[in-house]
Design a protein around this ligand. Structure first.
Ligand SMILES: C[S@@+](CC[C@H](N)C(=O)[O-])C[C@H]1O[C@@H](n2cnc3c(N)ncnc32)[C@H](O)[C@@H]1O
Length: 184
């Protein structure tokens, strides 16, 4: 099952940092695509740079012109749609059903008020608790539950650098080296 994250309602003048975090969390927590509307080329560029430096997880990083059309096409030809919203059904009640579909998932997160059509198009409107919080937190918790925590230490393709986990300090080696620092 592949997951693409669609960030809608991005306001370039105020959401740059949080939308960047949505994309970084999507990448680090198991998504295979990141889509953005309205467009912000600086964010797209930054995530592409992150992918070249830290390795490839995302097969698509793009702006979409019409997010509603994108959602409709996804449903017609690719898979199911989940919309994360505090008004949705409980995560605990939705997650097993979502895992069972086995189809690819488009995961929608908002910024400003999300238009009604997305609630109607979604196969599941899912809440991560029924309190308002953050798209970054909602996305991280949802993906971690979906993948049962197994996404966190998977290896990206062709990293330039990578971290060697250590109890103290910071160990970073070239992507071509193993965890002892030896070249492969
Ligand atoms: C800061 S909220 C603003 C939502 C907006 N006020 C509305 O009514 O649609 C931005 C995004 O965070 C996500 N979010 C916030 N709290 C959530 C929760 N408890 N469960 C799931 N998603 C949540 C949703 O994707 C939401 O669109």
């Amino acid at each position: 099952m592949k997951v693409y994250v669609l960030r809608i309602g991005h306001r370039p003048e105020r959401d740059k940092r949080i939308t960047t975090h949505v994309a970084l969390v999507a990448r680090a927590f198991g998504a295979s695509g990141f889509l953005l509307n309205p467009c912000d080329e600086k964010i797209i560029e930054k995530i592409r740079e992150t992918e070249s430096r830290w390795g490839r997880f995302l097969e698509e990083i793009e702006c979409v012109r019409s997010p509603l059309d994108y959602v409709r096409k996804w449903k017609e030809s690719r898979g199911k749609v989940v919309h994360l919203t505090m008004y949705g059904m409980k995560l605990d009640e939705a997650i097993e059903e979502i895992k069972d579909t086995k189809s690819d998932l488009l995961l929608i997160v908002g910024a400003e008020k999300v238009p009604r059509e997305y609630y109607d198009l979604a196969d599941w409107n899912v809440s991560v608790g029924n309190q308002p919080h953050s798209e970054v937190a909602a996305l991280a918790v949802f993906l971690d539950r979906l993948f049962d925590g197994k996404e966190l230490y998977r290896e990206p393709a062709n990293p330039q650098i990578k971290i060697v986990p250590s109890r103290r300090g910071k160990r970073v080696v070239k992507g071509s080296e193993d965890s002892e620092g030896a070249s492969r």
